[in-house]
Design a protein around this ligand. Structure first.
Ligand code: ADP
Ligand code: MG
Length: 484
């Protein structure tokens, strides 16, 4: 029998706010353990939660970004459980009235090659609710440590319908969530820092069946590759089990990333009963149409829509369009340069290749940020124009790019100062050509006996001797004349 996989994800994403969800304690990563706490975070008697408006706004924007219906009223519930990551013994969450309902996320599957776009489709969401993150436990052989810096950070839970059908789609979905949230500035989604975590629910069923099979759940997957691989493993394990006449048991399983398998952790019978009830310390939240309007106006063109526009309007190759649209500031930079000089292909190349290369190689020195760029879009436009007008060669343009990047000086200035203008002085080029011909009898002989390609060695010699400044078309013409 053929089996089909059915997967639903619950993705936790920390929102990018200055302070925590229900108190002013700072929300930051990488501080000394337990330094970002206060009596509210520690759940001391007599403290009261106060809502963080920015977190609510970012949640609404997430919902708008993914086409959710935004609740007119949402409310807070206590999710009760006893565990050392949560000193209050309950987590403030949203049970039956979440902030966002429904929605869909566009995913992009990998194409058959880097330069060919893969399939796109929409994945249906069930809901998105807002809650507070809990502390982080680290277990050692004989003891466990807890860090409450993470406790209380505003945390979104994005829940999908059982609408994903392969490990590749799981990977594409997580990439899409991260792309959209980072693009709009809602979260940094750094999985290594725990800012995005994934629970995967996996079941299989005979192809053609429309009832759901029994599912297992893998919790707290902390990388996209791990999520993909654990789902792939689970699909295969369940299919083999059913093929052998066995039955899938509903349970939570742990992903062993080092060894690449899942193992049973606890069964559904041991599942928590959280005894949810409305939090008496917090009022329900009313979201006004005016607030919705204001937040909707701040939602930019979505990255995959922008990618489609870049392909259609600018005729960019897919690899360039997709790289540019991974980063809102990078795509803005590109469009600003194109508006200064309408040569999207050349500008796209410089931005997607040269600019990104310089950015990543200076990342270690703290210079690798789009927001701190010295180089201006207009200067890239100017560089392309200098090549187009024959003032400098393509090679010189490439050569001076790093200096433009590191100093923010205009290409014209650098070209003048270093005397890099392309030479179109026929007499000067001819004398260099004659010298190169005299010094290289072998390619000369080869060319004269019919090997057309041998002229390239001579051209190379001339470009080297002129430090790339000779006009290549003139070099070709003059060499041929002298060799005739
Ligand atoms: P829980 O309360 O245990 O987290 P939910 O009903 O809220 O369970 O579902 C959690 C996630 O599991 C959702 O993403 C949902 O789409 C998915 N899911 C539910 N049933 C199945 C199933 N049989 N197979 C795959 N995914 C499922
Ligand atoms: Mg669950």
């Amino acid at each position: 029998m053929e089996y089909e996989a059915v997967i639903g994800l619950e993705v936790h994403v920390q929102l990018k706010t200055d302070s925590k969800m229900f108190t002013r304690a700072a929300s930051r990563f990488g501080e000394p353990p337990n330094s970002l706490t206060n009596p509210v975070v520690m759940g001391l008697p007599g403290t009261l939660p106060v809502m963080n408006k920015a977190a609510i706004e970012l949640s609404i924007q997430t919902g708008l970004l993914f086409g959710c219906r935004i609740a007119e009223v949402c409310k807070w519930d206590r999710k009760n459980y006893f565990y050392p990551d949560q000193p209050k013994n309950y987590q403030i969450s949203q049970y039956d009235q979440p902030i966002c309902i429904g929605g869909e996320v566009e995913i992009e599957l990998p194409g058959p090659a880097r330069n060919i776009m893969g399939e796109h489709r929409m994945v249906q969401l069930t809901r998105i609710h807002l809650e507070e993150d809990v502390g982080k436990l680290t277990h050692f052989e004989n003891e466990s440590l807890v860090d409450f810096n993470r406790a209380g950070i505003p945390l979104l839970e994005i829940v999908t319908e059982p609408d994903l059908h392969s490990a590749e789609e799981v990977s594409a979905f997580l990439h899409a969530i991260r792309l959209h949230m980072v693009y709009v500035g809602l979260s940094d989604c750094d999985m290594e820092k725990g800012q995005m975590r994934c629970d995967a629910n996996v079941s299989v069923r005979p192809v053609g069946s429309d009832t759901l099979g029994t599912r297992t759940e893998m919790k707290n997957l902390n990388s996209i590759a791990g999520s993909r691989d654990s789902v792939a493993f689970e699909i295969q394990r369940q299919s083999r089990l059913l093929e052998k006449g066995g039955q899938v048991v509903q349970e939570t399983r742990r992903w062993n990333a080092e060894q690449g398998y899942t193992v049973a952790l606890r069964s559904k019978e041991e599942a928590h009963d959280y005894r949810y009830f409305p939090d008496p310390d917090l009022m329900p939240v009313k979201i006004s149409p005016a607030m919705l309007d204001r937040l909707a106006r701040e939602i930019p063109e979505r990255p995959y829509d922008r990618q489609r526009r870049f392909l259609e309007d600018y005729g960019l190759p897919f690899s360039t369009a997709s790289v540019l649209c991974l980063d809102r500031q990078l795509a803005d930079f590109f469009e600003e340069a194109v508006s200064a000089h309408d040569k999207p292909l050349e500008i796209g190349n410089l931005v997607a290749n040269d600019l990104l290369r310089e950015l990543s190689s200076s990342a270690g020195q703290g210079g690798g940020k789009m927001s701190k760029l010295l180089i201006k879009p207009g200067q890239i436009a100017e560089l392309v124009k200098l090549v187009e007008d024959g003032v400098i060669s393509k090679q010189i343009a490439q050569d001076i790019f790093p200096e433009m990047f590191h100093t923010g000086r205009t290409p014209s200035l650098i070209v003048e100062e270093k005397g890099l203008r392309q030479s179109t002085d026929a007499a000067e080029i001819e004398s260099v050509c004659a010298r190169v011909i005299a010094e290289n009898p072998k390619p000369v002989e080869e060319f004269r006996t019919g090997n057309q390609k041998a002229i390239n060695a001579l051209k190379g010699g001339v470009m080297k001797a002129t430090r790339g400044k000779a006009n290549p078309a003139m070099v070709d013409q003059i060499l041929r004349k002298l060799l005739a």
